[in-house]
Design a protein around this ligand. Sequence first.
Ligand SMILES: Cc1ncc(COP(=O)(O)O)c(C=O)c1O
Length: 499
Amino acid sequence: MANSLEARIAERALAYVVESPTGADPVIELASPDELQAVFASAVALGFDEAAPAHDDDAIVSAVDSVIEYSVHTSHPRFVNQNFAGADPLAVVGDWLGAALNTTGATFEAAPVFTLMESAVLSKLGRIAGYLDSSAARLPTLPPGLFCPGGSTATLYALQLARHRARPDVRRTGATGERLTLFVSDAGHYAASKSAALLGLGTDAVIKVDSDENGAIVPRALDDAVHASLGAGEVPFAIIGTAGTTVTSSFDDLNALADIANTHGLWLHIDGCYGGSALFSPTHRQLLDGVERSDSFVWNLHKMMGMTQQCTALLVREPALLAPCFALGADYLFQPDKLHAEYDSGDRTFQCARRIDVLKLWLAWKHHGDTGFAARIDHAVEMAEHARQRIAASAGEFEEVAGTFTNVVFGWIPPARRPLSLSPGSIAGLSPEIHAELHTLAPQIKARMQTEGTAMVGFQPINGLNTFRLLFMNPTVAKTDVDALLDLVSGYGRSICEN
Ligand SMILES: Cc1ncc(COP(=O)(O)O)c(C=O)c1O
């Protein structure tokens, strides 16, 4: 066993988890697609020939070493590229154990412990979101939601629920000639449009509502948009509010959205994929005030909470709506006359087999407790605040252009262009040459970071100009890392401008 192939790979995986890359370790060992293929060709080729030979253990282990070496080290404190980072080592091992037990969460019969764990965790999440009042003595047979393979999928399920409530026959008859519409801010996630396409509503059914300068929906504009849709003879059926937009981490005013949804009888779905975890923090949970008035709420624990991808809870205020929307009653799987059939969750969702995503979360929550979870959020906001202070004190070298909570969106201004404001009006007034010079800086700086493996920072256009985005998810990020990240941007920027 000790020297088996599995043990040799497991040993590497465990070492990686326990001693994740830090400090001077590279965030990435950048290689082009051709170089990657060449690296693997020396041990075990990435591709398969017509006949795929069996490789010996040493060759496979060597390939595993290359997998580790050339992968992006998302647990490195200078990986602030996306809204996931810094996997909780316990979650990694929990995921592994779940895989080892290889089962499906669809039925109690195949997953007795995990079915109850899901019920326990969903009930606790539901209480935090205000969907449930207090803990029941027994774990419910019908928990307030289900685990889904990711936030986009959960959005699809939520919109299916919303349409089902508005038009229950559509599930059987297919789409009618009506134009059903839904509303989301123009800073909301594209999962809304993708879901509308898959549901046969069409992407035109998604009405994008104006957001303010920081990405929060303008409630007045939402109300106007709903009235306009009604006036055009359409059938509004859902509003998606966002708690933590992807780029600026803005929070819509959920109470204002709930008022509008109530007035018009619309389903209110909250996309808390990113910012839902603010609910863990007594200091920051007020950002989601009003979430308890929504009909559904998606919460990605694989983003801020460091659960391995993926770990997504879709909470549903009235879980009894799930079965009528999704059930087909396959009698070989959901036999009503088997033991404990009332606990089966599989007919309350679209999927048949369902991965065990709850074990890692249950383990981490039991280990860290509520205070540990709150500390993770508070630390992330503290790092963002430190970055904001550094930027504000930079005497015009950096400018923060957007962002709240854990997201800091900023630009770097070359010495020769200072003083320069990155306000929308100022950007609009730039000459095409200066605009092009500034716009191409962020991708060039990022490419240098990747090439040298020093950091990974995201960028995106804001008001038509590429700007950086620091996202603080990882509890091992220290203020010195924040300082180092800004210094790297500055150092690469100067070097690019001097050449
Ligand atoms: C606000 C928001 N909603 C939805 C999603 C989609 O979640 P997933 O990547 O799990 O599909 C994301 C992903 O970044 C997001 O930031």
